[in-house]
Ligand binder design. Structure first.
Ligand code: NAD
Length: 498
């Protein structure tokens, strides 16, 4: 059995804690590896390596730092098939979808190739007599990232690329459910020319996370995962004096106005609701048709499409979606479908009991559709994170708008309409971070920033875009005077510009 360890100081090291977790192939249910779970001492060893390597890296000029990312991008493209297959084998998503996972991370690496420009400071000449004032952005030192299972390539890169480009060293604690791709990314960073110790990957569970959150030498922590853990990480990191940005769960709505192009809206819902088996934080899990006629037309068009979804293992290159990540996830999603039935929602397409010949032990759930879901139901309030779409019928636009407004989560939302006024009003009034107008999964590109509102995000700076450069650096402002020819005595009052 393959034993997955850590990557510390530029090389693979075996775990020493004596604790490990199992890694499965979700398509077959077979255990394919064990992954070591780090102890406090192993986190410490990684931090010591990072701390020792960081000053020299920070002193490396930004063009040279950028060159590592130019090379890394080249290596990602060269190794794309291998990375995507490795990812699918542990996550379960289709290989094409895994390539998307790698590519969305790669795009942030492309963005940070501009670090010489992005990290430039500000300068004011003549802020006072013979006085110049300038602000510089220095790396925070050692940063850490804690990532979820659902994007094991993209989210680690969203974190370590800007952190490292800014001159920090980094400790990555990936999900223990699919740990192989993050380790491979660390190897490729070394191949791209990154000095040893700047990117360390330490596998683990709560014990490793707690060790990160209390380590005195880690200055900033980025977290992506479920809301309860995001809230915990944010609070604990802040209590320990660290800068933190923590991104949590979601329940993304799509409003379908009566004038929407229904075929476009239905296709968008199919991809955004069932792609990656619904295991995306930007998946659309609630469709809100406005008016009875819109709702009837929507459901009528959705049903045959859901029933003909092609579900398969990652080796099936025609599959639309794969299995869920673990047996626990499979049981949880099936349990929530049972709950929806108990609560009185109308189960229009039932994905429970879906079996694929030859893969009977895989964690497959078929595409599922609930109609007449009400806001007080658990299946509406809970993030299901599976291939389950709920239709909540709204009488009018205001009632539709009210649903995502009042929901606990605020990650993404979309509106389908041909009416520019409605779309504009919606984008302006909604209390959610990322809005799609006739776009179902509005994940911003690398040079804008990604982040939700409400219980989907804790902290005030988003991922990638210029926010990420701010998050991974500290501002230092220097006031300098070269007073040749100026003679003055001691000043005892506060200096002002009066
Ligand atoms: P998770 O919260 O279970 O795990 C995330 C990370 O936290 C993992 O590294 C895990 O090892 C660690 N962890 C788990 N339990 C912990 C504990 N008790 N104490 C400390 N650390 C702990 O999330 P997941 O199931 O891997 O990922 C799915 C969730 O992530 C969904 O809720 C999804 O919406 C969310 N997500 C959010 C975004 C976003 O940007 N908002 C992006 C992707 C995923």
């Amino acid at each position: 059995m393959r034993e997955i360890g850590h990557f510390i100081g530029g090389k693979h090291v075996a775990g020493t804690s004596g604790r490990s977790s199992k890694v499965y192939n979700p398509a077959t249910g077979e255990m394919q590896a064990t992954v070591a779970l780090a102890s406090v001492e192993e986190i410490r060893a990684a931090v010591e390596n990072a701390k020792a390597a960081q000053p020299k890296w920070a002193a490396t000029n930004p063009q040279r730092r950028a060159r590592v990312f130019f090379k890394f991008v080249e290596l990602l493209n060269k190794n794309m098939d291998e990375l995507a297959t490795l990812l699918s084998k542990e996550h379960g998503k289709t290989v094409e979808d895994s390539k998307g996972d790698v590519l969305r991370g790669l795009e942030v690496c492309e963005f940070v190739c501009g670090i010489p420009h992005l990290q430039k400071g500000e300068f004011t000449e003549g802020a006072g007599p013979a006085i110049d004032m300038y602000s510089i952005r220095q790396p925070v030192g050692v940063g850490a990232g804690i990532t979820p299972f659902n994007f094991p390539a993209m989210i680690p890169m969203w974190m370590f690329a800007p952190a490292i480009a800014c001159g920090n060293a980094f400790i990555l604690k990936p999900s223990e459910r699919d740990p192989s791709v993050p380790l491979r990314l660390a190897e490729l960073m070394i191949e791209a020319g990154l000095p040893a110790g700047i990117l360390n990957v330490v596998n683990g569970d709560k014990a490793a996370v707690d060790a990160i959150l209390t380590d005195p030498d880690i200055a900033a922590v980025s977290f992506v995962g479920s809301t309860p853990i995001a809230r915990y990480v944010y609070g604990t990191a802040a209590m320990n004096g660290k800068r933190a940005q923590c991104f949590g769960g979601a329940k993304n709505h799509m409003i379908i106005m009566p004038d929407a192009d229904m075929d476009q809206a239905v296709n968008a819902l199919m991809g955004a609701g069932y792609g990656s088996a619904g295991e995306r934080c930007m998946a659309v899990s609630v469709a809100v048709p406005v008016g009875e006629d819109t709702a009837n037309r929507l459901v009528e068009k959705l049903v045959p499409k859901i029933e003909s979804l092609r579900i398969g293992p990652y080796t099936d290159d025609k599959a639309d979606l794969g299995p869920l990540v673990t047996k626990d996830a499979y049981n949880r999603v099936n349990g929530l479908i049972d709950r929806g039935v108990e609560e009185g929602a109308k189960l229009v397409v039932d994905g429970r009991g879906f079996k694929l010949q030859g893969y009977e032990d895989g964690y497959f759930v078929g595409g599922t559709l609930f109609d007449h879901v009400k806001p007080e139901m658990d299946i509406y309030k809970t993030e299901i994170f599976g291939p389950v779409l709920s239709v909540v019928r709204a009488k009018n636009y205001e009632e539709a708008l009210d649903l995502p407004m009042k929901h606990e989560y605020g990650n993404g939302v979309a509106i389908y309409t041909r009416d520019g006024d409605a779309a504009r009003d919606f984008a302006s009034r909604i209390n959610i971070g990322m809005i799609g107008v006739n776009v179902p999964i509005p994940v911003p590109l690398a040079y804008h920033s990604f982040g939700g509102w409400k219980a989907s995000s804790f902290g005030d700076l988003n991922q990638h875009g210029t926010d990420s450069i701010k998050f991974w650096t500290r501002t230092k402002t220097i006031t300098a005077r070269w007073p040749s020819g100026i003679k003055d005595g001691a000043e005892f009052v506060m200096p002002t510009m009066k």
